[in-house]
Design a protein around this ligand. Sequence first.
Ligand code: URA
Length: 211
Amino acid sequence: MGKFAVLDHPLIQHKLTLIRDKKVGTKAFRETVNEISALMAYEVSRDMPLEDVEVETPITTTTQKQLSGKKVAIVPILRAGLGMVDGMTSLIPAAKVGFIGMYRDEETLKPHEYFVKLPGDIAERQLFVVDPMLATGGSAIMAIDALKKRGCSGENIKFACLVAAPEGVKALQEAHPDVDIFTAALDDHLNENGYIVPGLGDAGDRLFGTK
Ligand code: URA
């Protein structure tokens, strides 16, 4: 089973509390999501492998560490996942960005993929799939299905969200037990409209100022 971690760093917890407040407007919400995402990038990348490298400093030659593993791609699930991209790339600036768009069929309520645009070497990369809210898990499961269909291995996929519902964590773990899940908070439950309680409302609407 992949790792499941609630990132309880005090800065992450504090900033998440700020944006749960319904009075916070688009600008502050968007900026704070980026700040949280950067802090999450730091935690989510903690086990990236290192190798020795020789460096000539102005004083001497020394053996130090550099990243040695797979190159990174960040894969936001459209639309709300876009809000986490700038924060992640602020720490991992060389990362490529792939996009997966899902829409929910009005009748079956099941997500369908409508747009997939990925780096050509996606199967060789370490992937950070991002979506602020892990609610039912439907979109995350389908996005990871889409990546696996294109040759990506679950061991190279980490899913990061701001707020998770227990229902979504369970569904994602059952569908993709090989994927690590990171969240800033594990909330109480989903309500009858599919919103996370207490949550922070509709993350896409709050990020982009739509209704
Ligand atoms: N998507 C959101 O944006 N918010 C929720 O609470 C659930 C799903």
